[in-house]
Ligand binder design. Structure first.
Ligand code: G3H
Ligand code: 13P
Ligand code: NA
Ligand code: ZN
Length: 328
């Protein structure tokens, strides 16, 4: 069944688990996620970005979501808009059947310029006021994601903050978080706590604590009923980098967020964990392998099936490690 983010994360909070939010752009990704959730009896969040909506069309996404809910009626699914950039985008997502939307007012509409307080509170409150009238959940974001290592905004590929950010912007202030939630009434809050989007999060193998756990703890202590969201949560597994590079890829050595760090976050109130990059890499590794081992192959199912299996395996592992498994 389709459920809202509020329903799902309230249950997660009550039972001390986290829920991965996996991005989709196509049928193969949607089916892979659902096969994983089904295999471990877990609820799941499927999210689509503005880019995904432009790629697949809202109508396709809407029918795809109807389809997976019909195929797996016993699996609770929250259908979430990832990084909505203005109230209109959020409202059209709701019209397309999303049960939850993110109004990311941490950046201006261009998705690059860090926004000020008044703008962020204004657009987020507008969306929350309207969405809540229809029983739809809302995620907001306070703080700007980027690398604590370099101080740079995180998008090499066209969205996310540009240029140098201050340490203040890269870590959400607990005091401000309380004010933000009080004024906007969001159900879930994405916070800046040391992660960044994409594959290139850390230039060295993280040793010890890489998340600002004190920030997470403090915000959770002050906002026990607001579910914390961790963007940029891919672990960028070495074996996925290796498969891609073994079969002709050229991915420079990089490190992501260790799963143990995410598990510590979950102990401190993180409930929604956004993962896209890992699944992109899982799919691409298998497509590269099959095409390179069988250069005469041209039936898409021959490479998409192994790709889906790799993505399903990764999603199922995350559902187990976040304790989502068994909670459907
Ligand atoms: O943070 C963004 C998600 O990974 C989705 O990426 O905007 O390229 O679809 P996208
Ligand atoms: P990754 O790039 O780490 O997978 O993060 C995805 C994300 O935060 C989507 O909103
Ligand atoms: Na989101
Ligand atoms: Zn994100």
């Amino acid at each position: 069944a389709r459920i809202t983010l509020r329903q799902l994360l309230d249950h997660a909070a009550e039972h001390d688990y986290g829920v991965p939010a996996f991005n989709i752009n196509n049928m193969e990704q949607a089916l892979s996620i659902m096969a994983a959730a089904d295999s471990v009896d877990a609820p799941v969040i499927i999210q689509a970005s503005r880019g995904a909506r432009a790629y697949a069309h809202d109508v396709m996404l809407r029918h795809m979501m109807d389809a997976v809910v019909e195929i797996y009626p016993h699996i609770p699914v929250c259908v979430h808009l990832d990084h909505g950039n203005n109230p209109a985008t959020c409202m059209t997502a709701i019209q397309a059947g999303f049960t939850s939307v993110m109004m990311d007012g941490s950046l201006m509409e261009d998705g690059k310029t860090p926004a000020d307080w008044t703008y962020n509170v204004g657009v987020t409150k507008t969306v929350a006021d309207m969405a809540h009238l229809g029983g739809i959940s809302v995620e907001g974001e306070l703080g700007v994601l980027g690398s604590l290592e370099t101080g740079m905004g995180d998008k090499e590929d066209g969205h996310g903050a540009e240029g140098k950010l201050s340490h203040d912007q890269l870590l959400t202030d607990p005091e401000e978080a309380v004010k933000f939630v009080r004024e906007t009434k969001v159900d879930a809050l994405a916070i800046a706590m040391g992660t960044s989007h994409g594959a290139y999060k850390f230039t060295r193998k993280p040793d010890g604590e890489i998340l600002a756990m004190h920030v997470i703890e403090e915000i959770h202590r002050r906002l026990p009923d607001t579910h914390l969201v961790m963007h940029g949560s891919s672990s960028v597994p070495q074996e996925l980098q290796d498969i891609i590079n073994k079969y002709g890829g050229e991915i420079p050595q990089t490190w992501g967020v260790p799963v143990e760090e995410i598990q510590r976050g979950i102990k401190n109130g993180v409930r929604k964990i956004n993962i896209d990059t890992d699944n992109r890499m899982a799919l691409t590794g298998q497509i590269r392998r099959v095409l390179s081992e069988h250069p005469g192959e041209f039936d898409p199912r021959k490479y998409l099936k192994p790709a889906m299996e790799a993505m399903t395996k990764l999603c199922a592992e995350r559902l187990e490690l976040f304790n989502t498994a068994g909670q459907a």
